[in-house]
Structures are given as structure tokens and as C-alpha cells.
Write a protein that binds this ligand. Structure first.
Ligand code: ADE
Ligand code: ZN
Ligand code: ZN
Length: 301
């Protein structure tokens, strides 16, 4: 996800932390976070260059297949095992279990900031995508008036358009709406999200499997190079000149009179619910992991 996606995920997590986990998180957060986990959740994207080894830890790719296999797909370009988003979640989870050991040699502040980021990323469907197109990065598309790539649409554009159309451009309003959905519409799903089928590997492995399925069924579905995923086409008939003009622009409006227009918003309207659900799932599951590490005592979940 982009910056906003990571902040949304972690604002949801904050609400579901146990008292013990919230206290441990407070102790580990850097001064600059101002006591808010969400402030540091985008951090890992800012150290991609300083820590070059961390770049492949944001994602995992498959050889054009709609399933994820850790042994086949979790590696960096030098084929070092575990160097992908699933391996990173497992690794930073393990490191954080040493919290409280005076002998721990890890920088647990960084472990927490990486873990919070990567649990978000593994829920972005295209962070478990196809190697060939780099998770949609090489697929060029039009999003309303902008040229984007498919990966960026899922990291940022769908969230931005959702915020603009439904939540008054406010991130906090979107977070409140997702929290309400969690206590209401999704409340029956939460226990299902918290339980992973494949306990032998880890839950992160299951989150990656969900993501590649969503990539195939939603993100890549019906997409081809240079397609327009959001926008509007209009046909105007000018009766005086007797000419027809075809235009393409980003405002959503219905025109009458000598023109007809139709929206090409199908992609947005069928995909934004997936994005909202993945952000909420990531938030809930990050809280679950942190509560397991630092101790349960469900405060307000
Ligand atoms: N670079 C290569 N593959 C990627 C992916 N699936 N997500 C993000 N960045 C990538
Ligand atoms: Zn991304
Ligand atoms: Zn990332």
C-alpha cells in the first residue's frame, strides 16, 4: 500500500490492541511517532534505499500462477529463501518475541515498524502477484485523468477515489467507517479472519494465498495494457455543425440534451469493497499478532 493505506491499517490495529500490547508498543515506538503506531507504519517504504536488502521484503511473486507456495515463491532475486513478505512477517514476529529479554540483540523498534508495514503489504492483493509484470507495476492503465500502473492503482488510487467519493476526502472518516463495519457488517467474519487454516506454516502464508487469489479474480481480471479503468466517455452531437465529438474525461456526470455519456467505473465499483476489506483484515490481523506476542487481555476488542 501507499502511505494512506498503511496509516488506515494501523489506525484500525490501534483500536484492537490489548492493554499489554498497547503498553509494549508505546515503549517500542520512536519519539517521532508521538505515541501513535500509525505514524510509523509507512516507515519501511522510506528505508528501501538505505536498507537495500529490505526491498524484496515488501512482496512475493509467483510464476504467473494463481497460487502461492513458500518454497517456490518466497525468495529474493539471488534466490535466498525467506526473503519475501511472508518470510519477513515470520522473522520480525520471532524477533519481537524476545521483547523483555535483557539479552535481546535486535532493534525491536525497527522490528515493530517492519512487522506493522509488512502485515499491511501482504494484504494488498498485488503484493502477491506475477513475477512477469512485477505485481502489476509494468501494466500501464488510465485511472480517470491520470496515467498510472495497475500496481499503483491498488496501492493508492482506489483508496484515494474511495476517500474522495464516499468519505469527504477524509482519511479519519474512512477509518471510522471501516471500524463501524467491523463492529457491524463484518463482525461475524472477524473470528474467521483471525483463524488461519494452515497453522503448520504460518498465518502469513495464508494471507499471501488470499492475496494471489484476489489478484487473479479482481486485480488482473479483465485488465490489459493501456486499458481505461476509470473515466467517462461522452458522445456529443452538435446539431448546428452536424458533427459528433467523442470525449473522454474524469468527471462523473450524466449529460442530457444532444449528448450521451456513460461512466466506465465498473472496475472501481467492483474493486473498492475488496480494498476496504483487505485494509480492515490487515488491521485486525496485525492486532492479533501483536496481542499474541505481548500478551492477551482483550481491552476493547
Ligand atoms: N516489485 C516486483 N514485484 C513486486 C510486487 N509484487 N509488488 C511490489 N513491488 C514489486
Ligand atoms: Zn505496493
Ligand atoms: Zn511496502
Amino acid at each position: 500500500w501507499g502511505k494512506q493505506g498503511h496509516i488506515i491499517v494501523c489506525k484500525i490495529t490501534e483500536k484492537y490492541l490489548s492493554e499489554k500490547a498497547a503498553a509494549a508498543v508505546q515503549e517500542l515506538l520512536p519519539e517521532s511517532a508521538g505515541g501513535e503506531l500509525s505514524a510509523v507504519c509507512p516507515w519501511a517504504d522510506t528505508v528501501r534505499f538505505r536498507y537495500r536488502w529490505s526491498r524484496p521484503l515488501h512482496y512475493a511473486n509467483t510464476p504467473q500462477l494463481c497460487n502461492f507456495k513458500f518454497s517456490r515463491d518466497c525468495h529474493n532475486s539471488r534466490h535466498q529463501q525467506g526473503m519475501c513478505v511472508v518470510g519477513a512477517i515470520n522473522n520480525y514476529t520471532d524477533q519481537l518475541y524476545s521483547y523483555g529479554d535483557s539479552k535481546s540483540s535486535y532493534n525491536l523498534t525497527e522490528s515493530l515498524m517492519f512487522l506493522a508495514h509488512f502485515v499491511g503489504d501482504v494484504h494488498q492483493p498485488l503484493h502477491v502477484g506475477f513475477e512477469e509484470d512485477e505485481g502489476g507495476n509494468t501494466i500501464h492503465v488510465h485511472w480517470y485523468r491520470r496515467k498510472e500502473n495497475l500496481h499503483h492503482v491498488w496501492d493508492n488510487s482506489i483508496i484515494e477515489t474511495t476517500m474522495k467519493d464516499f468519505y469527504n476526502r477524509s482519511l479519519d472518516t474512512m477509518v471510522e467507517a471501516l471500524k463501524m463495519n467491523l463492529t457491524d457488517g463484518w463482525s461475524d467474519d472477524i473470528s474467521h479472519w483471525e483463524n488461519c487454516a494452515n497453522k503448520k506454516a504460518t498465518c502469513a502464508n495464508d494471507y499471501a494465498i488470499e492475496s494471489i487469489h484476489l489478484s487473479c479474480n479482481y486485480a488482473y481480471k479483465d485488465v490489459e495494457q493501456n486499458i481505461t479503468l476509470g473515466g467517462q466517455y461522452s458522445i456529443y452531437h452538435n446539431p448546428v455543425m452536424n458533427i459528433i465529438t467523442i470525449s473522454h474525461f474524469g468527471l462523473r456526470m450524466i449529460t442530457i440534451g444532444n449528448s450521451a455519456s456513460w461512466n466506465t467505473d465498473d472496475y472501481f465499483f467492483s474493486r473498492y469493497p475488496i480494498v476496504e476489506q483487505r485494509l480492515a483484515q490487515a488491521g485486525i490481523r496485525l492486532a492479533l499478532i501483536l496481542n499474541q506476542i505481548f500478551g492477551e487481555d482483550k481491552a476493547n476488542a
